[in-house]
Structures are given as C-alpha cells and as structure tokens.
Design a protein around this ligand. Structure first.
Ligand code: PLP
Length: 476
C-alpha cells in the first residue's frame, strides 16, 4: 500500500490552509450564532458508522469540518460568548500549541525531555511572580508550580497531598479512614466533591459550610464552629478549600481568616481561584490571592479561562512539595535514570495523577512573551471595564436588578418580575444566536450570569447584548 503519511509538501500546504481556515473563522465569528444550533445526534448521524478502510484525502476532513462539525460548535471565542466562564484562546497560544504537537514530546520525567520540565518550571515561576504569589511557591524554594490539565485535577492533587500530610503517609499505604474531614462552602466548585469521591473519602467526609446570603462568601464563624465540633468528636480536618471567585457569583471567601483556622486545626489550605486568580496580574485585582502568601498550602488558577491560553492549562502551586511528592512518587524500574536518582531534577509525573504529559508550558510561555505583563493587564482591565459598563446598564433599568455586586468580569442579574421570566429571557436571547449567557440560582432565585472575558469582545458587543436583552424583556 502507498505511504499514507502526508508528504512534507502536502503537510505544509494543508498546514497553511488550516491556519488560513482558523484566521477566516475568527473573521466570520461575528456572523455565526454563538450557541450550537444542532439537535442531539445530528452530528453523529452525519458521520459514517465506521472508520474508512482506505486512506482519504485530507481535503475530505476539511470539507466535513465546515459541513458537519462547525454547525455543532458553540463558539467559545465569539465576541458575545458570555456564558459560564471564558475559555480564552489566542493566536500566540495556538501557534505554540501547534509546536507542542509538532515536537510530540513526552515530559513524564525530566530525562524524557529536559526542556519540557525546565521551561514549565520557569514559566510558572514567572506567572507566580506576576500574580504576586509568595516566594515559597517558586521552583527554587521548598514548593513549586506545575501545569495541570484542569483545576479539577489540581484540587484532587491538593487533596491527595493533604491526605498524605494529615495521615503521616498512612493514607497512601493503608487507604483512608472514615474520620477524615474536608471543608468548603456551599458555593465551592463541584470538583471538590468529585475529588472527595475519587480519593476514597466518600461524600460523607465533606463538610459543606453555608455562605453569607448577601456576599455568597463562606461563613467563617460557622467554619470555626464546625472545625471545633469535629475535633472535639475525634474527627481529623484534612483540607479546607477557600474559593477565591466562586463559579456562580464570583464570591470571594475570606482566605486570610479561613487560612488561620486551617492552620490552627492542622488542615491544608487549598485556594481555588480557577477563574479570578489570573486577574491578579493587575495589582488592583489581587483580591483572590489575598491571604495566600501567609496561609495557602496550594493555589490554582486557570490561564485557560481568562488568560489567553488555549485549553488546557491550569496553573497549580504548592508551598511545600514534600507532601505532594510523598503522596504520588513512584519509580518503576523502566523509568529509573541517573538524573532522577541524583535528586537534581524535578520529575513532573510525581506532581499529578497521570504519568504522560505534553509540552503545555509552550503555549503559556508564548502568551507571557507575546503579550508581556502589560498586554495581559490590558486584557483583564478591558474585561472588567466592559462588565462594569454592563452592570451600569442593568442598574439604570428598573425592570432589572443586580443579584450580587459584580466581581471582576462577572455580572449576575435578573428580571425583577420573577424566575420564569428571567429564564425565558435568557433562553430567548440564547436561541436568537446573538449572544450566549448562562444561568444560576442564588438564594433560591434564578439569575443570569454574564461573564466577560473573550479576547474578541468589544464595547459594541456588550451594548448589542444589552439591547437584545432589553428589547426581549418587554415591560419586565
Ligand atoms: N473552580 C472554579 C471556581 C471554577 O469556576 C471552575 C470551572 O468553572 C473549576 C474549578 C473547574 O475548572 P476546570 O474545568 O479547569 O476543572
């Protein structure tokens, strides 16, 4: 059979076409409906039931990309994508990610590609410094940073390290015991619940602390009382999670007070700043890392959310890497090598659940260099300014109300007339394709979330979205 690899010439030709395709896609985004318009099964139904027996020309794939895939895509890079939290991409990140694919290197241990590990360490040191994170989190100190696929994995990893520390290693050797407890507010991200399940602790181990109805931040007095009761009952606090920017409303827990309590009871403090943390590139937006310098054992924030770095790229730091490595280090014979045994290098496979790892640091490196800190600050400030503008429009209209005070790029609002009307309004806008918003429930009432953050969003996109909402809201 003929060689099925693309020839070098064909690879170049198709590569140029694909870059053109992406650039053209961005140009026409404005005219595409933001949310995918397909019915369940429609995309799968347009594809053959089996893989082709014989090689197909690459053009056939590009044809299906336009005809079959694109209608089933929700356009996360659309200037009026305001749902969930943003998942920024950017030209620089995409090109660097392509290089990562081109290199195809596996960085499971230092020896399998030294540059992959060392660039990652340096880039996370840079980012940690840019976010104002403590010196202890740098790779030259007792801690260090690593890129995880997602904040969910980072939180799971933090819990494994915390379990190792709290049990003096017996969790790793003998498994977990039913007396171990984990604490977070009712507004903490569901990834903590998943981490508790995956760790074997079971959901019974999770103490859900209520929030202040006004701020949606954790009631630290209730945390204090719960810790005290648990310890008096012979239970062992393992980890407290402080949410620095909750998913629903962007609420900021009081990291300093929570951290002091965690320390008092010997628990690990993990700060989940998945969305809000990257805003700390701006000194005036350092609310999320407040308290981190003094108390946090670990911190996670996602450049793949709001810092222009194509998914997946979740930055995770620990103050002390010893419990993390204690929890997860393994050295099977086939990975034994002099560099690892010298202790002079980091083997990043010990910093997360999986072994294999791609060169994700390249895209973050490209973003930091291509934008510079000043460019990243401008991106964050631009998003905050647009959200502030939108919040002003909501405030000025009697039919609407803000549900919580806006946080950074997130505005949570509703129609005064009620839950059904609020949800109907959002669905009507989403169905129109003009913009895409998501909803939440705050204190039992439905609310709409508008999260600004796309690198393509301009003032006119926010105005147009407001206008479309306003027209559909009728008399309220
Ligand atoms: N933590 C918070 C506060 C989030 O808002 C999210 C996602 O939106 C996550 C964690 C989970 O992020 P990931 O998709 O990277 O696991």
């Amino acid at each position: 059979m003929a060689d099925a690899h693309l020839s070098p010439e064909e690879f170049r030709r198709q590569g140029h076409r694909i870059i053109d395709w992406i650039a053209d896609y961005w140009d026409r985004l404005d005219d595409l409906p933001v949310r995918a318009q397909v019915a369940p099964g429609e995309v799968a139904g347009a594809l053959p039931a089996s893989a082709p027996e014989l090689p197909e020309p690459f053009d056939a794939l590009l044809h299906d990309l336009d005809e079959v895939v694109l209608p089933g895509i929700t356009h996360w890079q659309h200037p009026r994508f305001f749902a969930y939290f943003p998942a920024n991409s950017s030209p620089a990140a995409i090109l660097a990610d392509l290089i990562s694919s081109g290199l195809g290197a596996q960085g499971m241990i230092w020896a399998t590609s030294p540059a992959l590990t060392e660039v990652e360490q340096v880039v996370l040191d840079w980012l940690g410094e840019a976010l104002g994170l403590p010196e202890a989190f740098r790779s030259g100190g007792p801690g260090g940073g690593v890129i995880q696929d997602t904040a969910s994995t980072a939180t799971f990893t933090a819990l494994l390290a915390a379990l190792h520390r709290a049990t003096g290693g017996s969790a790793r050797a003998d498994g977990v015991t039913p007396d171990l407890r984990v604490y977070a507010s009712s507004q903490a991200h569901s990834s903590l619940t998943k981490a508790v399940i995956m760790s074997g602790l079971g959901e019974q181990a999770l103490r859900v602390i209520p929030v202040d109805p006004r701020t949606q931040a954790m009631r630290v007095d209730i945390l204090a009382a719960t810790l005290e009761e648990d310890v008096a009952a012979g239970l062992r606090p393992v980890l407290v999670l402080a949410a620095a920017g909750t998913t629903s409303t962007g609420a900021l827990d009081d990291v300093g007070t929570i951290g002091a309590l965690a320390r008092q009871y010997g628990a690990w403090l993990h700060v989940d700043a998945a969305w809000a943390g990257v805003a700390a590139v701006c000194p005036e937006h350092r609310q999320a890392p407040e308290g981190v310098a003094e108390y946090a054992d670990s911190f996670v924030t996602n450049p793949h959310k709001w810092l222009l770095t194509t998914f997946d790229c979740s930055a995770f730091w620990v103050r002390d890497r010893a419990p993390l490595l204690g929890a997860l280090s393994l050295l099977p014979e086939y990975l034994r090598n002099p560099a690892s045994e010298s202790g002079a290098v980091a083997d990043l496979r010990d910093w997360h659940p999986q072994l294999g790892r791609r060169f994700r640091a390249l895209k973050l490196w490209a973003v930091l260099r291509s934008y510079g800190i000043s460019g990243l600050q401008a991106h964050i400030r631009g998003g905050v300014a647009l959200a502030t503008r939108f919040a002003d429009l909501v405030r000025a209209d009697d039919r609407f109300e803000l549900v919580t005070e806006p946080v950074l790029g997130l505005v949570v609002f509703r129609l005064r007339s009620g839950d059904e009307e609020t949800l109907r309004l959002m669905e009507s806008l989403n169905d129109s394709g003009v913009a895409y918003l998501s909803h939440t429930v705050v204190e039992g009432r439905t609310a709409i979330r508008l999260a600004v953050g796309s690198w393509r969003t301009r003032a006119e996109d926010v105005e147009r979205t407001w206008q479309a909402l306003s027209e559909r809201a009728g008399s309220g």
